[in-house]
Design a binder for this molecule. Structure first.
Ligand code: ADE
Length: 233
C-alpha cells in the first residue's frame, strides 16, 4: 500500500510515522508513506496556500491551486495511482470513521490523504478531486493532520502481515460488532485481585465460551448500539 499525505504541517507526522508498528510496517515494505508539504506546490512567491473566502466571513480557506498541483504531481510520479488512487479529505463533515470504513480503505493500493484546515477548503477540491470525506468524530480539531494519523494507524494495522499474530485481528474490539473480552496477564493474583479461574483452567473450549459471553456482556454495558448491528441479535 502507498499513502501520500498532503499537509501544511509536515513535521507533525515525523514522530508518529517513525515509531512502533507504523514504522515497522514501512521497514518491512508493507506500506510506503510520503508526506507532501502543500507549500511546495503553490506558485505563490510567498508560499501562501490560503486566502479570504469569497462573499466575506471569518477565517481563511485553503486554495485549490496547490492541492490540485500536489495531487497531479503525486499521480504523475506514481503511474499506478493514476488509475487506483483514492483521494480522501479529512474534515469534520466527512463520514465518521469506523472499522468498516477502515477495512474498505485498507484494500486500496494507493491513497492520497488531504488534511483540511482553517475555515475550510475551496469547494472545487471536494467537487473534482475528493472521492471520500472522512471525519474521526463529531468534534472539531485545528486541522486534518491528527485525523490523518489516526486513519493511517488504523489502516496500516489491517494490512496483511503487519501484525504478527493473525488472530489478534479476529478477536479485537468491533470484530463482529463486539467489544473485546477482558484480558489478564501475570501475576495471577495482584493486590488481592484474582484472575478468573477459568482462564487458568487450560480448558480452551470453556475459555472461548467465557470470552464470548464476557464480550457480549461488556458490549451490552458499554456500547449497546453495537449489539443492534449484530446479525442474529
Ligand atoms: N478536521 C478538524 N476536525 C476534524 C475531525 N473531527 N475529523 C477529521 N478532520 C477534521
Amino acid at each position: 500500500m502507498r499513502i501520500d499525505i498532503i499537509t501544511i504541517f509536515p513535521k507533525m507526522f515525523e514522530p508518529v510515522l517513525n515509531e512502533s508498528i507504523i514504522k515497522r510496517a514501512q521497514v518491512k515494505g508493507k506500506v510506503k508513506i510520503f508526506i507532501h508539504d502543500l507549500r511546495d506546490y503553490t506558485l505563490d512567491k510567498h508560499k501562501k496556500v490560503d486566502d479570504r473566502p469569497f462573499g466575506g466571513g471569518s477565517g481563511m480557506v485553503l486554495c485549490s491551486e496547490p492541492i490540485f498541483r500536489a495531487v497531479d504531481k503525486i499521480r504523475a510520479k506514481n503511474q499506478e495511482s493514476r488509475v487506483k488512487s483514492k483521494v480522501v479529505l479529512l474534515c469534520p463533515q466527512g463520514r465518521k470513521l469506523d472499522q468498516k470504513i477502515a477495512k474498505k480503505l485498507a484494500k486500496q493500493k494507493n491513497l492520497v490523504l488531504i488534511c483540511g484546515h482553517y475555515e475550510g477548503i475551496d469547494e472545487r477540491v471536494r467537487e473534482v478531486l475528493v472521492d471520500e470525506e472522512v471525519s474521526i468524530g463529531d468534534y472539531v480539531l485545528t486541522g486534518g493532520e491528527l485525523p490523518a494519523m489516526v486513519l493511517v494507524d488504523c489502516l496500516v494495522r489491517l494490512i496483511p502481515g503487519v501484525l504478527g499474530d493473525k488472530n489478534s485481528l479476529n478477536f479485537e474490539s468491533f470484530e463482529g460488532n463486539l467489544l473485546e473480552y477482558p484480558q489478564y496477564t501475570r501475576p495471577a493474583i495482584y493486590r488481592g485481585q484474582r484472575v478468573p479461574d477459568i482462564l487458568l483452567s487450560g480448558n480452551h473450549q470453556k475459555i472461548e465460551e467465557w470470552r464470548k459471553i464476557e464480550a457480549i456482556k461488556r458490549t451490552r454495558l458499554k456500547r449497546p448500539d453495537l449489539l443492534k448491528k449484530r446479525k442474529g441479535n
